[in-house]
Design a protein around this ligand. Structure first.
Ligand SMILES: [Zn+2]
Length: 375
């Protein structure tokens, strides 16, 4: 195995499950172990290491490579350190079969962590480090839940001319992704005995019409297409109403997943839904289910560093992805961001998550090539 693959195997063996998906103080929870391990690796290669405490025992890891001269620009390498939970504990034992390395986080996104940090360490050891560009590795916590790590980094005032956010994009440079809105809709009726339903008003029946409207008319209305992202989507995820068969339900609620395109905001979406309900003479209360906004990402592919990165990996045109990630948060914090990494999102979060070792190595090589090309 290469150095990068060995680093990835070590990372898989150090559980860093997002605490949101585990009982309190579970031994697999948190990014602390991984952050400390990476800090030692980075320090060993001569990088300047610092922890940014975000939550108890959950730091972002910052490792810097200073340029040989005065820094005039900064490039961030920003993968996340947390993973989703495992299907079985065996996923913490890295297993290699031919070109594949199996284990939790192999592609999402410990593969990116390994490729990015290996690239930076290789640069630190080589003679051809940039003269004017500071390169910062930022291992971020909590991407899989509420992106506390990227939000803290953006709020810290650290600015960069480009962030390469690590996600398994099959080594494509991504400049756009959709945003994610979770809304709750509630209908209200009047409770009555199930034997005399005419005395009540059925909130579940009202909601059935709302669900139908969202899944048919509203879904069809989302026709506007984005060049890289296609159309926005809407999906009703959960429904809950009533308490027992012989009571006319007075309340029903649904949760709705709405993926947004650049230009759409929570306000514009809520306005659309409310107008549609009004037209159909339906009444529902609309509230947000997320404490933080998850905006779409749209980075200008003509920015000099984005163009240089595209050219460096031999990609003619930028591409888009349908899932949300830290790039949106950093971009909202005024850091132009793209997404890039080895592996395929199709294997993320699965019971047999794996990454192609060839893709991992190519990813590291692409990054080394790009970073070495910087002034
Ligand atoms: Zn993920």
């Amino acid at each position: 195995m290469t150095k990068t693959a060995r680093l990835l195997a070590d990372l898989i063996a150090l559980p860093s499950v997002n605490p949101a998906f585990l009982p309190a103080r579970h031994r697999h929870a948190g990014e602390g172990r991984v952050a400390e391990f990476l800090a030692a690796v980075a320090a060993g290669a001569g990088l300047e290491v610092e922890f940014q405490q975000v939550a108890p025992h959950r730091p972002n890891l910052i490792a810097r490579l200073s340029p040989t001269g005065r820094a005039t620009q900064r490039v961030l390498l920003a993968p996340h350190l947390d993973t989703v939970n495992v299907a079985s504990e065996a996923q913490f034992t890295p297993r290699r079969k031919h070109d594949r390395l199996y284990g939790r986080g192999a592609c999402d996104t410990k593969g990116c962590v390994a490729a990015m940090l290996s690239a930076l360490c290789a640069l630190a050891r080589s003679k051809s480090r940039p003269k004017q560009t500071e390169i910062v590795f930022a291992g971020l916590i909590d991407e899989e839940n509420s992106q506390l790590g990227s939000r803290a980094l953006a709020a810290s005032g650290l600015r960069a001319d480009l962030a390469i956010v690590g996600e398994p994009t099959r080594l494509q440079v991504i400049t756009a992704h959709k945003g994610s809105l979770w809304l709750q809709l509630e209908t209200y009726g009047k409770a009555a005995h199930g034997a005399s339903p005419h005395l009540g008003r059925n909130a579940v029946h009202e909601m059935a019409r709302v669900v139908d409207l969202l899944e048919t008319d509203y879904a069809a209305q989302l026709r506007r297409r984005h060049r890289l992202l296609g159309a926005a989507t809407v999906s009703v995820g959960t429904i809950c109403g009533g308490s027992q068969p012989n009571i006319v339900p007075d309340r029903c609620s649904i949760s709705v997943d709405r993926r947004t395109l650049p230009g759409e905001t929570e306000t514009t979406v809520r306005r659309e839904i409310t107008a549609l309900l009004r037209e159909e003479k339906l009444q529902a209360k609309v509230t947000s289910l997320k404490s933080h906004a998850c905006w779409p990402l749209e980075t200008n592919p003509k920015l000099p560093l984005v163009r240089r990165f595209l050219r460096s990996v031999g990609q003619a045109r930028p591409a888009g992805i349908h899932y949300f990630c830290d790039a949106s948060i950093l971009s909202q914090g005024d850091i132009p961001s793209v997404v890039f990494g080895p592996g395929d999102i199709a294997q993320a979060h699965t019971a047999d998550e794996w990454i192609s070792l060839r893709s991992l190595e190519r990813g590291k090589d692409f990054l080394v090539g790009f970073l070495k090309s910087l002034p």
